[in-house]
Design a protein around this ligand. Structure first.
Ligand code: ZN
Length: 130
């Protein structure tokens, strides 16, 4: 992963893409409750595949794993230099993702954008702030 680990910007973009894919998958899963298995599978396949190369995906998922450990309270000692930088990139990627997909004020599901008039999950209506 020699090239990948030096490319913090690339890692940040990889993280954003993975978040986006997880978001799409989550939306489909929620809309599928009660659907039969074929419909489910077909829709799950409609989630666009990642365009990032496997090296970036590996690096990004590695960082996400580290980040979960950090959130669980495990001490982050002995991090490689790239891992430290990568965790910052992951943090920035998450901020960008959350800015793009704000959560519903009622049920906390993330929305397609801040412009949706109502929550597809709980039906809460949003009045746009002027
Ligand atoms: Zn909601």
């Amino acid at each position: 992963m020699i090239d990948v680990v030096r490319d913090t910007e690339g890692i940040r973009l990889a993280c954003i893409e993975i978040f986006e894919q997880e978001f799409q998958t989550g939306m489909i899963q929620r809309s599928l409750e009660g659907a039969n298995e074929q419909t489910r599978e077909r829709l799950m396949r409609s989630v666009p595949p990642l365009t990032i190369s496997p090296g970036y995906e590996r690096a990004a998922r590695h960082l996400m794993g580290l980040d979960s450990q950090r959130e669980a309270g495990l001490p982050m000692t002995g991090l490689a230099n790239w891992e430290g930088n990568g965790l910052v990139a992951l943090f920035e990627a998450r901020l960008a993702h959350h800015a793009k997909h704000p959560e519903c004020s009622r049920c906390k599901v993330r929305l397609v954008s801040r412009f949706v008039p109502e929550c597809p999950n709980c039906g809460a209506k949003f009045t746009r702030k002027k």
